[in-house]
Design a protein around this ligand. Structure first.
Ligand code: GAR
Length: 191
């Protein structure tokens, strides 16, 4: 049986797009749905291009986890990939999908993680701290923001002249290069 992934995303969806492309025609793993809490998210149009169904829901829908669980079960989802998803995953979903939810964080955890640390906030904090390196952390998701077990990290150098935006571009390249591959390799090792 093919393993079925659902992607949760709140924003532009460039990482989700890489997943759509990476798993297109894959014999063992497929992307079956996208969930978003943002009705203007760029990921919606990207998913339509690949004929992947998108479910748009508000914050209340996510709060106890019961409603999303019903849908995830209906869709027989095996794994969840967070790709720029900004809400905390409710505990019932974390329990049901223990070690089966992935997140990518745009910095080298445990530094620069936690609530409020997302997107440009992360890169601005890295710049302000005068770090010489940033990078990506791919981790499993538990009940706390950015605290689950890290399964992959890769660093990039920061030049003193780099702006927060420059750091963001370097990090996003690493995300696109690695996230789908690391998830695929993890799933293959677990099955
Ligand atoms: C990515 O940089 C991802 O690492 C970050 O949001 C961006 C989404 O970009 N996630 C977080 O900050 C989570 N704390 P995308 O919508 O173009 O994939």
């Amino acid at each position: 049986m093919k393993k079925r992934i659902s992607i949760f995303a709140s924003g532009g969806g460039s990482n989700a797009q890489v997943f759509f492309e990476h798993f297109l025609g894959n014999e063992d793993i497929e992307i079956v749905s996208v969930f978003t809490n943002n009705k203007s998210a760029g990921v919606i149009e990207r998913a339509k291009t690949f004929n992947i169904p998108v479910h748009v829901y508000n914050r209340t829908f996510w709060s106890d986890g019961e409603v999303p669980i019903t849908l995830l079960k209906e869709q027989q989802v095996d794994y969840i990939v967070l790709a720029g998803f900004m809400l905390l995953i409710p505990e019932p979903i974390v329990s049901l999908y223990s070690d089966k939810i992935f997140n990518i964080h745009p910095a080298l955890l445990p530094k620069f993680g936690g609530q409020g640390m997302y997107g440009s906030h992360v890169h601005e904090a890295v710049k302000s701290a005068g770090e010489k390196q940033s990078g990506i952390s791919i981790h499993l998701v538990n009940e706390e923001y950015d605290k689950g077990r890290i399964i992959y990290q890769e660093a990039c150098q920061i030049e003193p002249s780099d702006s927060a935006q420059d750091i963001a571009s370097k990090v996003l390249k690493l995300e696109h290069k690695n996230y789908a591959k690391v998830v695929e390799s993890y799933i293959r090792k677990s099955t």
